[in-house]
Write a protein that binds this ligand. Structure first.
Ligand SMILES: [Fe+2]
Length: 414
């Protein structure tokens, strides 16, 4: 079944079956295209106002879209080369449904929050801490993400009243684990990546509270002081026994930028440690998709657009593209409009058909469905005999009340 889609809504990972003009009028060699990069999107947007996705089609061959949670070895040569020092032949199938994992993920979140607060307070008072204090909390997060990444990716988007630095550390840790899982990294490397992500900004604990919460533009002096946190974090972690050098390098360089415009050393491209390039992406994506003391969050769809625009400037292109594929065309936690005018939240990816995730309805034609927990598996609808299967019409830039949503999600778990 062909589905017409506005080219402004195109995302990496979508498979285009037809254009609104003959393929022969374009420079595309083949009739059918898997969107692999922002350049593909640019080109399609220049040529067409809308295109057609065959939702029953599976892209085939070398360029097949990777399943979320089941790693297949179809990476672009670029990413293989970049990650040549990190073996990536691990498979992580989803082993529990998201509803079942939500409770464990929530517990892991709470444990990690109390561990982070304790470490933060110790660093603030210039006291030491040891790796045994955070290891088990990080293991709980990575364990949950490996069983089913959607539970943590969902919780991440739902606000709670904890301190921003705490939420950001836990979310970055979970995102790093999810991305490492998607890339097929070995568990030890996922653990290193998740540990670094959890501790990226620990040096901020030494900064004045007023600076961390300041609204508006920082002065030059304040900017310089703020930027010290990357080096400060690395120095603090150098004193923690048992932390791999990879973690410390990742933390020190997580604000370096692909074009050399970052700090503290102004490194560029491949000079930046590999895990720091991933950290930069994850740090930024999480920061802009949760509420900060000085700025409201963006919807996932708008945050992804921003990341794509910063590709090759702030972030290495291959990682930005892979991260976008990892999240999928309809990322978990995103708000979507369905073909029956209902609004829903994406709650679990469909590994075989990324276009058809499981969703929970939030409202029907403007009427909230707060007391009802209606979960729809769009994959089953399209695969079954339903006459007019529901489809996702579009991603919305809507920001929902995270607190209410969190309660509804956790009610699904019980
Ligand atoms: Fe930072």
């Amino acid at each position: 079944m062909l589905k017409k889609i506005d080219t402004r809504l195109l995302r990496i990972g979508m498979y285009i079956s037809e254009l609104d003009r003959p393929w022969t009028e374009t420079s595309f060699l083949f009739q059918g295209l898997l969107i692999e990069s922002a350049e593909d999107i640019d080109q399609l947007q220049k040529l067409c106002s809308c295109v057609y996705i065959d939702s029953d089609d599976e892209p085939a061959g070398e360029n097949v879209v990777r399943e979320f949670g089941v790693h297949t070895i179809n990476h672009k040569a670029g990413i293989n080369e970049i990650l040549r020092d990190f073996p990536r032949d691990y498979s992580y199938p989803v082993i529990v449904p998201v509803e079942q994992e939500l409770e464990s993920a929530n517990q892991a979140y709470n444990v990690a929050a109390s561990v982070f607060s304790s470490i933060w307070n110790r660093v603030r008072s210039c006291k030491n801490f040891s790796s045994s204090e955070f290891k088990s909390a990080i293991n709980r997060i990575t364990g949950s993400v490996i069983r089913n990444p959607d539970a943590f990716l969902m919780l991440r988007t739902l606000c709670d009243d904890r301190d921003y630095n705490c939420r950001h550390a836990i979310n970055s840790c979970a995102l790093a684990a999810a991305f490492g899982r998607y890339l097929g990294l070995y568990p030890d490397d996922i653990s290193v990546l998740a540990t670094g992500a959890f501790l990226l900004d620990i040096g901020k604990a030494r900064l004045p509270e007023e600076l961390l919460n300041k609204r508006g533009q920082l002065t030059m002096n304040e900017q310089q002081l703020f930027q010290c946190h990357a080096t400060q974090s690395a120095e603090i972690l150098s004193g923690v026994a048992g932390l791999p050098a990879t973690v410390i390098d990742m933390v020190r360089s997580h604000h370096e930028r692909d074009n050399g415009g970052g700090y503290p050393a102004g490194l560029d491209g491949n000079q930046i440690p590999v895990f720091a390039r991933i950290a930069a992406l994850i740090d930024c994506f999480d920061a802009i998709t949760i509420d900060r003391p000085y700025k409201s969050r963006l919807a996932v769809v708008d945050a992804l657009k921003m990341l794509m625009e910063a590709m090759g400037v702030d972030f290495q292109q291959q990682f930005a593209e892979e991260f976008s594929r990892c999240l999928g065309p309809y990322p978990t936690g995103a708000i979507v409009e369905l073909s029956n005018d209902c609004v829903a939240i994406v709650m679990e990816q469909n590994p075989k058909h990324r276009e058809h995730p499981r969703v929970m309805l939030l409202s029907s034609r403007g009427n909230p469905l707060e007391d009802r927990h209606i979960v729809i598996d769009l994959g089953r609808q399209t695969a079954g005999s339903t006459r007019n299967p529901l489809e996702i019409r579009t991603l919305l830039s809507t920001i929902m009340d995270g607190g209410k949503l969190k309660n509804r999600m956790l009610a699904l778990a019980s």
